[in-house]
Design a protein around this ligand. Structure first.
Ligand code: ZN
Length: 122
């Protein structure tokens, strides 16, 4: 099995619902995102997946979040903007465009601060 990883960042504002504490108030983060992809076989170029494709597809998803107030963006107008839900959202959206039977998004990890991260994988 091969595994690739890219990392990227986005900045956005949010506030948590159903939460008592400072995070219920409007604030922002510079979220750090790790994208992990696995593949059983290499392609004709002997890559699991071109990093360029991985970055491009990740940016498409991240651009929907970057510099927005997340609570107003689907699906976070309904779902809480926790690191867990953000990780699952990126996982699901990226899987739609990258998974092909060989290549599979394996894990998304979202760092909300330098010392706190949530991951989603299946
Ligand atoms: Zn926060």
């Amino acid at each position: 099995m091969y595994e690739l990883r890219i990392e990227t960042n986005f900045s956005a504002a949010h506030n948590l619902r159903n939460y008592e504490g400072a995070c219920e108030r409007l604030h922002g983060h510079n979220w750090h995102v790790e994208v992990n992809v696995t593949a059983e076989k290499l392609n004709e170029t002997e890559m699991a997946l071109d990093f360029k494709v991985m970055k491009k597809e990740t940016n498409k998803v991240i651009d929907r979040l970057d510099h927005y107030y997340l609570n107003e963006k689907e699906p976070f107008d309904v779902l809480n903007t926790t690191a867990e839900n953000i990780a699952k959202y990126i996982y699901d959206e990226l899987a739609k465009n990258l998974n092909d039977g060989n290549v599979k998004v394996s894990k998304i990890r979202v760092w909300e601060s330098e010392k706190a991260a949530a991951s989603y994988y299946e």
